[in-house]
Design a protein around this ligand. Sequence first.
Ligand SMILES: [Zn+2]
Length: 361
Amino acid sequence: MKPTPLYYVWDYNEVDRAFWAEHLEGWLPRCIVDAHMHVAHPAHRREPMTEEMRRQYWVNEVSEPMDAETAERCIRTVFPGREVTCIATGPPSLAFDIEAANDYLRAECARRGWHCLSLLRPQWSGDRVADELARPAVIGVKPYYSLIGHDPATRDAHIEASIFEFLPHHALEVLDERRAWVTLHVPKADRLPHPDNLREVREIRSRYRNIVLVIAHLGRCYTEPHAREALPELADDAGLCFDISAVLNPAVLRLALECIGPGRLLYGTDNPVFYMRGRRQWHGRRYVNRTNHPFHFNADREPPDVEAGYTLFMYEALRALKGACADLGLERAQVEAVLRDNARRLLGSVLSAKEGRRSDD
Ligand SMILES: [Zn+2]
């Protein structure tokens, strides 16, 4: 069978079909929630991606905007016979028209029965935040340090910011009052273990108890040392959730399941980036992405026969999760909690608060 075009330079091929049949078909439940996915229309890009930016950070090289129609088609391809609902967000970059990206996302999610997290400008007033939360399909916000201010030369001008610089208290007050969802991509080169991050996450949890707070990508703990330093620190807060999107490391997933538990972890893909083919390797506190496309970051290629066996990163992430669940002897209900039920439960709480508010008006 011919490869099916997926997105950007990636196809869905025989290796993926065989991988699905061997590892995923019998394991994934019929309904799944992807709690971390990005949708962006190319027309909303205000500035082109520069060569300098491409060389700077691997994600810049692999993340072309994926519109909603493409997103839906890709999901049907990679999850054959499954019902997948999404919690989507726009492109977290001021190289895009953020207002237009949010408008587009809301309309496309509403049409598909998906939900969305609007990109939050820290400059928005409390009223502006409240107005955004009242709109159809919106369940909360996605703050991001790159939305503090634009620097066309780098994504990381504000990486060392305090969380409260891009998720300010006046926005948190409204989010708390509305019982809204916040997926938080933590700042700092040192990731979640940075003491400021741990302290500020605890502060949000203690001052704004009604927010559904989901720490994205396990706090960007993609390596075992980062996860060991951060996850136990936040393990005792039973109301704090994490999404496991972009985490391919079996040891990290196992630690998260042991330490945070399957009742507080949410499956997510972070697509479209993880339609990339290849595999990830870890060396201490660093990781290397191996892929079969001649990107700048992919200078040190693996032999052709190894590359020919690559499948999608998102499939590797699912295999890693499956392995971690098996190692720990998780029950089926616990596996399904991560892949669907936790997200559904949290969605239910946000939607019923939103519904209650509408009937009060
Ligand atoms: Zn993301």
